[in-house]
Design a protein around this ligand. Structure first.
Ligand SMILES: CC(=O)SCCNC(=O)CCNC(=O)[C@H](O)C(C)(C)COP(=O)(O)OP(=O)(O)OC[C@H]1O[C@@H](n2cnc3c(N)ncnc32)[C@H](O)[C@@H]1OP(=O)(O)O
Ligand SMILES: O=C([O-])CC(=O)C(=O)O
Length: 378
């Protein structure tokens, strides 16, 4: 009897692969509610923010918890504009990287260089972290813009102080400011990408922060997590899918083959939203304005054909990356630059979480169940 009890297998622990459904902490930064298909940043519906505010105001909201008043916004905008120019050491590091590498590797390296040259690198006080976060927010557009330009054999375009964040971003990338309708669509995309609770990259940033590491290290890790096609890399992958399919007429045979091969169709599905991503209608409306502006009904028909057919067959809905991919394409960004654009936006959410994690820290260290070989001896 005693022997039987001693050798009884231990009860299997309740393992949630991918932490699916596990609530690991609280956050006051954003609320994702799949039941009501809503997303709140600091209490405000993201659709309202996209309609009525600029990205700078949303960044301020994520960090400070409140929208800025006139004086606060002026001060914040001045700080952002002061940090826009590409620093010589960051440019030198980028120039060392081959243009065959992925642009996400360039952004990741650039943030690492910025961290290494920050005299306050080891100061993780909330004040220092806010300064670092604002610095990254201000500096990343130049990194992304310059990387696209150098890959095209074009020279660096310096920032313009008379333009807001999005207009300046597009100016530094393309050497001119596009029509307001394009700037507005870009600004909407930045607002929608800014924050989404404990997604994989934000969680990565929080894990790194939980060891009392520094903010730049957390952002470098988050960029690595965002790069994957199951997360931020999907906006780039959506465009590859569009290129592969070619036109709306080819959607059905393409999908037959893709599903037969059990391929994942990028830009569809979500860990939290099962009935559609709260951000898609707003981004789809922005895409529609671009389609009208550039007179590209072919993009609209391919978009609609794939979404309708895939959702009808699988019951899986588009996520934010689905409309964002073709929107960035129409604006003129090279496909590999799409996920770095996501970085430029999400750095606001990541750093808000770094500050929140640091303010109420506990080392993040879950348990695992060993299923390797039994104990043995050499
Ligand atoms: C900004 C963002 O990060 S949004 C997400 C961007 N990522 C993508 O668009 C990549 C494509 N989508 C996916 O891979 C998934 O939907 C994820 C990773 C986003 C979420 O996945 P999870 O919650 O882990 O669900 P999981 O991957 O287990 O999918 C459940 C089922 O739906 C299927 N499924 C989910 N998404 C897709 C898809 N895009 N294409 C085909 N099948 C899919 C899975 O194959 C699985 O089927 P099975 O039960 O027969 O094995
Ligand atoms: O929440 C997620 O898992 C992925 C996502 O949509 C995001 O990070 O914006």
């Amino acid at each position: 009897m005693t022997d039987t009890l001693a050798t009884a297998p231990a009860p299997r622990p309740d393992i949630r692969k991918g932490l699916a459904g596990v609530v690991v902490d609280t956050t006051a930064i954003s609320k994702v509610n799949p039941e009501t298909n809503s997303l709140l940043y600091r209490g405000y519906p993201v659709q309202e923010l996209a309609r009525a505010k600029r990205f700078e105001e949303v960044a301020y909201l994520l960090w400070h918890g409140e929208l800025p008043d006139g004086a606060e916004l002026a001060e914040f905008r001045a700080a952002e504009r002061a940090g826009r120019a590409l620093q010589p050491n960051v440019k030198a590091a980028i120039d060392l990287l081959p243009t065959t590498c992925h642009p996400m590797d360039v952004v990741r390296t650039a943030v690492s260089v910025m961290g290494a040259s920050d005299p306050a690198a080891q100061d993780s006080s909330p004040e220092a972290n806010l300064v670092k976060a604002t610095g990254l927010f201000a500096a990343l557009p130049a990194v992304v813009a310059y990387d696209q330009r150098r890959r095209r054999g074009q020279h660096l375009v310096p920032p313009r102080d008379d333009l807001d964040y999005s207009a300046n971003f597009l100016h530094m990338t393309f050497g001119e400011v596009p029509e307001p309708v394009v700037v507005d669509a870009f600004d909407v995309s930045m607002i929608l990408y800014a924050e989404h609770s404990f997604n994989a990259s934000t969680f990565t940033a929080r894990v790194i922060t939980s060891t009392l590491s520094d903010l730049h290290s957390a952002v470098v890790g988050a960029i690595g997590a965002l790069k994957g096609p199951l997360h931020g890399g999907a906006n780039e992958a959506v465009m590859h899918v569009f290129d592969e399919i070619g036109s709306a007429d080819e959607v059905v045979p393409w999908l037959d083959a893709a599903l037969a091969e059990k391929r994942k169709v990028m830009g569809f599905g979500h860990r939290v939203y099962k009935n559609g991503d709260s951000r898609v209608p707003t981004m789809k409306a922005a895409l529609d304005t671009l389609i009208a502006h550039y007179d590209r009904p072919d993009v609209a028909s391919l978009y609609d054909a794939l979404a309708t057919e895939f959702t009808a067959r699988k019951g899986i809905h588009p996520n934010l990356d689905y409309p964002s991919g073709p929107a960035y394409h129409l604006m003129g960004f090279d496909t590999e630059l799409f996920t770095p654009l996501f970085v430029a936006s999400r750095v606001t959410g990541w750093t808000a979480h770094v500050i929140e994690q640091a303010a109420s820290n506990a080392l993040i260290r879950p348990l695992s169940a060993y299923d390797g070989v039994d104990e043995r001896h050499v």
